[in-house]
Ligand binder design. Structure first.
Ligand code: HEC
Ligand code: HEC
Ligand code: HEC
Length: 426
């Protein structure tokens, strides 16, 4: 994905007029650059590019509750892309989920979040997609959703009920940084599209902090997108401002490291965010009151009990697997060597009630975090070929009980289910 971004960058250079720019052209260039930055905040490339495909040419399969759909070509090619879109057409697609020919887009395109994007930013994004992206001729692929579920008109009704129209309005009584952070997190960042639980019609239960479910964590394609409120155990309550900034810039800190779909968010989007905007996002996120979680007392580290079972692992099936397969990286003390090697003691993902992420990461390992072009030196190995369901359940049960983590056991059935669904997706 990083490579494709570089290609987009090269295309950007080529598409821009470089001989003796007039002041009008210089202003246009600045607008295109601004749009390129906003496209990264919005992570458009992540969904609108297929693996090994051209940037923004679409074709990425995405699962919805009704079947697979494919993202579309948003390069300026006039026939297969969005080359014939006017700025108004583009604004309507982005903020209202309606394509140029009037058909409704599936909300897999996060337009309920992008609805908040202000006019100036839409203008810059449009300038970038028209002048900074190389056109690619590649026809869109129809969805695999069977008739009658593939009918799009019910989406117009869905929009009436769930789409909140109107761009972001600054809140009085909050400072500039908070408002900027709220604007990015709720709008282009579309953090809630993964981190907010969904209701029965696939709608996010809240689109901003006025709803108590906002960013309280949600299951997503075999992962669990963590709670981002100030909850002490499974949320970000124990993270300092610097911890949160480090995670968004580098994908790891003293508490946890990125995996699953968050890896691509960090590779393509948040690491490119400038320091002012990162500070704004952390200011907003750190203002979200604790919500969700298990109601357990605040975590405090305790190495004692675990040390005893690790020196005599024979009696504990989970401790046996841990000493043999995990301990050399994650440590006797469960603290790993953060931020290079993730800690398991007190890690919010380990304490989370829903164990999907832990099972998935142990089965399938992690995708490469690539920070400033450099892949992470020690990725988490995949144990699907090495450990059976029982062994993975045992070791994760051990990890969830260890170091005072106090999280519930994991069953072999849960592991079997995820093994099946994640292997089928390969
Ligand atoms: C989470 C995935 C996702 C992200 C992120 C995303 N899109 Fe989309 N987008 C889609 C999907 C899927 C469709 C097609 C939906 C359909 O066919 O109903 C789409 C459709 C569109 C369309 C309509 C074009 C057409 O012919 O279908 C435009 C324009 C568009 N996206 C622009 C953007 C821009 C600009 C960004 C970044 C600010 C962006 N998208 C980010 C998933 C995404
Ligand atoms: C495509 C889905 C997706 C989007 C969009 C997304 N995230 Fe995530 N995020 C995840 C998943 C899955 C995890 C759990 C794995 C992990 O901890 O890396 C996660 C984890 C995190 C964590 C670590 C939490 C912890 O306890 O370890 C932070 C912080 C975070 N996301 C912030 C954000 C912010 C801020 C945004 C918006 C700019 C965002 N995410 C957008 C999927 C997403
Ligand atoms: C070669 C070193 C190595 C070994 C061995 C290893 N891990 Fe990991 N593990 C990592 C690294 C590195 C990460 C963080 C990866 C990332 O996020 O990109 C990680 C992450 C994790 C996470 C997610 C925590 C988080 O928030 O990032 C869990 C859970 C985990 N490992 C469990 C295990 C278990 C269980 C075993 C043994 C079966 C094991 N690991 C063996 C290196 C290792």
């Amino acid at each position: 994905m990083i490579k494709t971004l570089k290609v987009a960058g090269a295309a950007l250079g080529l598409a821009l007029p470089f001989a003796m720019p007039s002041s009008a052209q210089a202003a246009d260039n600045a607008l295109v650059q601004q749009g390129a930055y906003l496209a990264k905040l919005g992570d458009c490339v992540a969904c609108h590019s297929a693996p090994k495909g051209k940037p923004f040419a679409g074709g990425l399969p995405m699962s919805t509750p009704m079947g697979k759909i494919y993202s579309t070509n948003i390069t300026p090619d006039p026939d297969t892309g969005i080359g014939r879109y006017t700025e108004e057409d583009f604004a309507r697609a982005l903020r209202e989920g309606v394509a140029r020919d009037g058909h409704n887009l599936y909300p897999a395109m996060p337009y309920p979040s992008y609805a908040k994007v202000k006019d100036d930013d839409v203008k810059a994004l449009y300038a970038f997609f028209m002048n900074g992206v190389a056109p690619v001729q590649q026809a869109n692929r129809a969805s695999d959703i069977p008739w009658p579920l593939n009918m799009r008109w019910p989406l117009a009704l869905w929009n009436v009920v769930f789409l909140e129209k109107g761009v972001y309005q600054d809140k009085t009584g909050k400072d500039v940084a908070w408002n900027r952070g709220a604007y990015i997190v709720q709008g282009l960042g579309h953090c809630g599209s993964c981190h907010t639980p969904r209701g029965i019609a696939f709608q996010e239960k809240a689109l901003d902090e006025s709803g108590s479910a906002y960013l309280t964590g949600a299951p997503l394609d075999g992962w669990f997108a963590a709670n981002l409120t100030q909850e002490q155990n499974v949320g970000l309550g124990r993270w300092s401002e610097a911890d949160l900034a480090a995670f968004l810039k580098t994908g790891a800190n003293a508490h946890a490291s990125a995996f699953g779909s968050m890896t691509s968010v960090i590779n393509n989007s948040t690491q490119a965010t400038n320091d002012t905007d990162i500070a704004a996002m952390t200011s907003y996120l750190r203002s979200l009151p604790a919500a969700g979680g298990t109601g357990a007392p605040p975590y405090s580290y305790d190495a004692q009990a675990t040390r005893v079972s690790l020196t005599r692992p024979a009696n504990d099936a989970g401790a046996r697997v841990y000493t043999e397969y995990c301990m050399h990286c994650h440590g006797v003390d469960g603290r790993g060597f953060a931020p290079m090697l993730a800690p398991l003691a007190g890690n919010p993902n380990v304490l989370e009630h829903d164990a999907s992420s832990l099972i998935n990461v142990t089965l399938n390992g992690t995708g490469d975090l690539v920070i400033q072009g450099i892949p992470a030196p020690y990725p988490m190995p995949n144990y699907a070929p090495v450990l059976n369901d029982r062994q993975i359940a045992d070791v994760l049960t051990f990890v969830r009980a260890g170091w005072n983590n106090g999280a519930p056991a994991v069953s072999a059935d849960e592991v079997a289910k995820l093994r099946k669904s994640t292997q089928a997706a390969r």
